[in-house]
Design a protein around this ligand. Sequence first.
Ligand SMILES: *Cc1c(COP(=O)(O)O)cnc(C)c1O
Length: 342
Amino acid sequence: MTRRVDLRSDTVTQPTQAMRDAMAVAVVGDDGYNEDPTIRALEDRFAALVGKEAAVFVPTGVMGNQIAVRILTNPGDLVIAGRGQHVVSFEMGAAARNSSIQFATVDDTSGALDLRDVLDIIDAEDDHQPHVAMVSIENTHMPSGGTPLDVADITALARAIGERPLHLDGARLFNAVVATGTSAAAYAAPATTVMTCLSKGLCAPAGSLLAGPAGLIERGRVERKRLGGAMRQAGFLAAAGLVALDEMVDRLAEDHARARILAGLFATAFPEVDYDPASCRTNIVAFNHPQARQLVEELAVLGVDGGTVGPRRARFVTHAGVSDDDVTFVAEVLARFKPTLR
Ligand SMILES: *Cc1c(COP(=O)(O)O)cnc(C)c1O
């Protein structure tokens, strides 16, 4: 059998033995009655980590984002977000469906939003545009290649939008923390709500968290119920989540180091695409290629599984299931790779 290295996503990670052990002995209860001590412990742990009053455990990151939009907007409102953000482009239009909002998208090629673009949209409110209810940012920003945001930029954005709430989609917040040394609380401070995923680089089998002011998170629990996301003895999942937050954050540095090596290998293999490996600062290698889909298909035949962020953007993600040996294997594949691209 051909060897395979799975670089499709960090969501393919398996729970660790410590997680399996914690799950086996987790004390659980009916979270519908707020009686699952393990879920409550996880919610409290995350709220403390990001310096917020409260947090709510949700099945997925998408639901965390969707609840944030529900509690921060009214139907008909405008939400400013980067064009490539998950909440805009990767959630099946859920925000329009669930919250009847409209997105005003701005360029986010670099990961961050340009303050002037955001302010221009807010300025148009005086005319005949709907109310701008909130702004959403993503850290790390996936489509730009897992770019960690600069906390000073987030603070400046929060200040510029005044009373309007800021949502931080921090699905990979801890990758940003490890890459920059900025704490999760410092990153979250300018934001009203912050979401993170336990099931990506942190290796938990499922689960995400949304944190913010206590009153808002209470409303978030109602929206979670409405979306069908209130679970019962889900403390088994929360037990793995606690291990994820306690033991799996520092390890992300290994994913970043391997991604950086892969970035160099891809840059060398495809000099025509003008990809700067130094732009890879966390666990995602992403570069434009006119035939990204075919490139990914042809590499898969050779045992290197990747993905695309769009028809012309290839993506390769490192995670706990990718070893140094795997990186060497990818190097060998790329060294003899002759694309038959049409
Ligand atoms: C993965 C991801 C999500 C959604 O997480 P799921 O748990 O897959 O629903 C949201 N935002 C970003 C930036 C992501 O990468």
